[in-house]
Design a protein. Structure first.
Length: 136
């Protein structure tokens, strides 16, 4: 994967989202999905060794998978309206994200493979920002 001091013009900045968490990665435009999954899982294990939370209001954690291939991705149904939900991507491990329409500064949801992988993403609201600032 791409490290901060090695970013090239052809690398894609991708915001991987899960619940209330966002992982910002520079992705080599010619990387395979397998490589992207490995990099994302490595970062998740480093940052969230005890599991990842998905909500500001709950301390419940989701365990991380042992195998990176268990990470699934989805893109917004409508780029201008996140309320319309996420469309799961169907890809082969040796496919390239750019071939699936990945673009620079794109949001991509991720979930862990279960019988029914559910792509949950929380977006901050104005009300939450006011609460955090101590105003009502």
């Amino acid at each position: 994967m791409v490290r901060g001091n090695n970013v090239r013009d052809i690398d894609l900045s991708i915001r991987f989202k899960h619940g209330n968490q966002t992982i910002f990665l520079f992705v080599d435009s010619m990387a395979t999905f397998s490589q992207v999954q490995e990099e994302l899982l490595g970062i998740l294990k480093e940052r969230y060794p005890d599991g990842i939370t998905t909500s500001r209001t709950s301390s419940e954690k989701t365990n991380l998978p042992n195998d990176a291939s268990q990470i699934k991705f989805a893109v917004l149904e409508n780029n201008t309206d996140p309320a319309q939900g996420w469309k799961p991507l169907d890809f082969e491990l040796d496919d390239h994200p750019i071939d699936q329409g990945f673009e620079d500064n794109m949001m991509v949801a991720f979930a862990f493979d279960t019988d029914d992988a559910h792509f949950e993403v929380e977006f901050p609201s104005y009300d939450e920002e006011m609460e955090d600032a101590g105003e009502s």
